[in-house]
Design a protein around this ligand. Structure first.
Ligand SMILES: [Fe+2]
Ligand SMILES: [Fe+2]
Length: 195
């Protein structure tokens, strides 16, 4: 609990400094798109082998999550509050939902051919989505917002990103770390001895 409070305070500090640094949510979004676009190139490359695509997808999944969630919670919310941009905001949500579903399926996909098919569909879907954001939605939003609003959203965006990174690191070690597994076994042993 105390750790959470400290973290929340740190987040507030980070968000505040983001505002002081006059960050614009449009720049943050464009920046997050860059590594995604690079990985998409491998994921849709006809020449790339399974191992290469799998490695690209393993990086892509967490990066997409760390971008999509803050985007939905900030920029998309702002668009949906604006009568002129509501459909674009909803369209974004729908596309995120589809990408998320494909990512979940790909994580469990054991058939290599099916993996190759789905990873290409995911790459093309997200590539198209990013293109629409960069060429239509972000320029529209820039026209329909003030610099102050975009700074406010940038601060929130970073806060959500911090939150999701924290959640990710809390989830990962429990499954992956041998130390955690050992601690788990020890606890189970103690449980058994007690009964
Ligand atoms: Fe998006
Ligand atoms: Fe985006």
């Amino acid at each position: 609990m105390a750790k959470k409070v400290i973290k929340a305070k740190l987040n507030q500090k980070k968000a505040k400094s983001a505002k002081e640094a006059e960050l614009d949510i449009i720049d943050l979004i464009m920046n997050d798109h860059k590594p995604l676009k690079e990985l998409i190139e491998t994921m849709k490359d006809e020449e790339a082998e399974y191992e290469e695509k799998k490695a690209a997808f393993d990086q892509f999944g967490p990066l997409l999550k760390a971008h999509a969630y803050p985007e939905e919670q900030t920029w998309y919310v702002a668009m949906k509050e604006d009568d002129d941009m509501i459909v674009e905001g909803l369209e974004g949500d729908v596309e995120h939902g589809l990408a998320d579903q494909l990512c979940e399926e790909l994580k469990r996909e054991e058939d290599e051919d099916m993996f190759m098919a789905k990873v290409k569909v995911l790459a093309e879907l997200v590539e198209h989505h990013i293109e629409e954001e960069e060429e239509d939605m972000l320029p529209d939003y820039r026209e329909n917002s003030t610099a102050e609003e975009r700074m406010e959203l940038a601060a929130q965006y970073l806060q959500f990103q911090e939150e999701i990174e924290e959640r990710g690191s809390e989830d990962a070690p429990k499954e992956a770390s041998p130390k955690a597994r050992k601690a788990d076994r020890r606890l189970q042993g103690e449980e058994r001895r007690r009964h």
